[in-house]
Design a protein around this ligand. Structure first.
Ligand SMILES: Nc1ncnc2c1ncn2[C@@H]1O[C@H](COP(=O)(O)OP(=O)(O)OP(=O)(O)O)[C@@H](O)[C@H]1O
Length: 275
């Protein structure tokens, strides 16, 4: 378990590249991110903007091609393979976009919870964990015979066993009806209340509404961070270029803007509405 409001991960200038037939794809292009215990952070952005890539890097499943990632102050790149494996097993819950990818195919629902507890070295009441996501009646069912919604609820419950330091979930509510989505979001909130840093990638307004912080990715760049519905930060690069939040773009449909520095702050106006 982690302490509430502890900085669990800090990423600076994170880069990720993938090989593609037309040359390398830059999936992350200099992302700064801080992940804090006790909070739910939602990463949003269009398809292909780098959400899953960022999650994989934060979950220590992929090494970034560049930049610096620290786990509780310690450089992740300095960890041995064994240390990384142990960290992932003990402290990081992972829910893949396809929930079956984060479940053991041969274990029933209760077995998933028990196995996760063994791996994490924690004791857990498996029946209570299943009840939390309304899977009591499915305790002896394996993932293959569960519905998509049941698989998702089970994957989130298993990932949250023992309130790990980090719980990372890729689109955990995407395929869920309102009742199942509410169960999943309630479980995520409950882990956050226990100190877990919860990070999700999502397109789902229900999940965004449940988050404490919303990070918006566009083309591998973090274009804004919103806290409880308010914009707090956006990125200014080394050349002084600023990326506006997507919702501001319709204000400047022709891409032209008048910039004035007034009394220590900056105002942006449409050229035909210079005020
Ligand atoms: N393993 C990979 N090999 C090659 N290219 C990849 C790989 N994974 C991701 N990419 C590319 O990197 C970019 C970011 O992909 P990513 O899956 O992180 O986006 P996303 O925001 O999660 O998208 P979606 O919402 O569709 O899941 C895309 O251009 C994608 O095609």
């Amino acid at each position: 378990m982690t302490t509430d409001r502890e900085q669990v991960l800090e990423g600076r200038e994170l880069l990720q590249l993938y090989a593609a037939p037309t040359g390398p794809t830059q999936a992350l292009r200099g992302v700064d991110v801080t992940v804090t215990g006790g909070r739910i952070s939602a990463i949003t952005g269009p398809s292909g903007s780098g959400k899953s890539t960022l999650l994989a890097v934060l979950a220590l499943r992929e090494r970034p091609a560049g930049g610096e990632l620290r786990h509780r102050g310690r450089l992740v790149s300095s960890l041995t393979r064994h240390q990384l494996q142990r960290l992932r097993r003990r402290e990081i819950g992972w829910v893949a976009q396809r929930p079956t990818h984060s479940l053991f195919p041969q274990l029933d629902a209760r077995g998933q919870i028990e196995q996760m507890a063994r791996l994490r070295g924690v004791r857990v009441d498996a029946d209570a964990a299943l009840a939390e996501v309304e899977l009591t009646a499915r305790a002896t069912a394996r993932p293959a015979v569960l519905s998509g919604g049941e698989q998702q609820r089970l994957a989130v419950a298993a990932a949250g066993v023992g309130a790990p330091a980090l719980l990372i979930a890729d689109e955990p509510t995407a395929e869920l009806d309102d009742d199942s989505a509410a169960l999943v979001l309630r479980l995520l909130r409950s882990r956050a209340d226990q100190g877990t840093a919860v990070v999700l990638a999502t397109h789902d307004a229900r999940a965004v509404a449940a988050a404490d912080t919303v990070l918006r990715l566009r083309q591998g760049v973090l274009s804004g961070e919103h806290d409880a519905g308010q914009i707090r930060t956006t990125t200014i690069d080394g050349l002084g270029r600023l990326q506006l939040p997507e919702e501001a773009l319709p204000l400047f449909p022709d891409g032209r803007v008048i910039v004035t520095v007034v009394d220590g702050h900056v105002e942006l106006h449409h050229p035909e509405d210079p005020k």
